[in-house]
Design a protein around this ligand. Structure first.
Ligand code: PRT
Ligand code: ZN
Length: 286
């Protein structure tokens, strides 16, 4: 009997490649990273295909692969039946409309009857329709930002991260259509065996994401402050309390969310906490 494998497609080369490989590797999946287009993971029922990102949603729809990692912008543009299984938090960018710096721009209505160059015709068309703007879309596949300066269009709609490309081409960002990040997408329905493998992978990714947003915290405190401090950093179930080799003092271990961290440190110090250590967590399974 052949073993069931989940097939996942990741970008062959480009901005998503490194993050996608890192995600799988940190999920404990090891695989050769040679020049092949398809590799079988050594220690997980997964087959990894290296493809162009634009093709991945369609390959999912056509059952060539079960899952993939793409930018949300590509998922929205390609309109396949693949769905988001997990947001991954890397390759963040936005899809924005930009106009020449000197060009007057008041609001969306300023785009009326203008020519917009973009590689994202579907998303732009929906945006214009939603805002009841009649404008012409000019599809180009690359170097969109030069279109206005060569007289090809009045505005562009392209991906932006730092904004440097726009400004060095004399353009200014006027509307954000979509905020995007890398997403793990997959078929809406798959066989039970494949779904089990996907769930395993999603579980591993979740424990990585939990770990990234939390820190392990150790501190010393007077025994009299244990109750108050435990209230501030309750951790996953409760803090661990260990006696120190000094009467009346304990070591308290817990987990704290990164976003609340600085705020809590002030409170902890107020209650007499000392020797506070904060350590990154590699995996976190609640
Ligand atoms: O060959 P393949 O088709 O697989 O790759 P690709 O060339 O289509 O994609 P790639 O590798 O350039 O980008 C893959 C994904 O990365 C995109 O679909 C986005 O989801 C995400 N991403 C994140 C970006 C950017 N940031 C980004 N800054 N994709 C492109 N850019 C480009 C943008 O098009 C513009 O030319 O970078 C320039 C703007 O950058 P700033 O920093 O100057 O604003
Ligand atoms: Zn692409």
């Amino acid at each position: 009997m052949t073993e069931t494998l989940l097939r996942i497609a990741i970008q062959k080369s480009g901005r998503l490649k490194e993050g996608s490989i890192k995600l799988l590797t940190e999920s404990g999946i090891s695989f050769g990273n040679g020049e092949q287009l398809k590799v079988r993971a050594d220690n997980f029922p997964l087959e990894i295909l290296f493809l162009r990102d634009d093709d991945i949603p369609q390959y999912i729809q056509d059952d060539v692969v079960d899952a993939g990692i793409v930018g949300e912008n590509v998922l929205k543009e390609k309109q396949s039946d693949a769905v988001i299984q997990k947001r991954l938090g890397f390759a963040r960018c936005r899809l924005s409309i930009a106009v020449p710096r000197q060009q007057a721009y008041r609001n969306i209505t300023s785009l009326r009857n203008k020519k917009i160059a973009t590689s994202y015709p579907v998303i732009v068309k929906n945006f214009l329709k939603k805002n009841k703007i009649d404008a012409e879309i000019h599809v180009i596949s690359g170097s969109v930002e030069i279109a206005p300066s060569i007289g090809l269009a009045d505005a562009v709609c392209d991906l932006v991260s730092s904004g440097r490309t726009l400004s060095s081409n004399g353009l200014r960002e006027v509307e954000t259509i979509l905020n995007s990040e890398a997403v793990l997408i997959g078929k809406k329905r798959m066989t039970a065996k494949k779904q089990t493998i996907l769930n395993k992978l999603l579980f591993r990714i979740e424990s990585l994401q939990n770990a990234q947003s939390n820190k392990y915290i150790l501190l010393n405190c007077p025994d009299t402050a244990i109750k108050k401090i435990s209230g501030i950093i309750p951790g996953m179930k409760s803090p661990t309390i260990l006696p120190l080799n000094r009467k009346g003092w304990s070591s308290l271990h817990s987990v704290v969310n990164e976003n609340e961290f600085w705020e809590k440190i002030d409170q902890l110090k107020k209650f007499g906490a000392e020797g506070i250590l904060v350590i990154p967590i590699e995996k976190m399974i609640s």
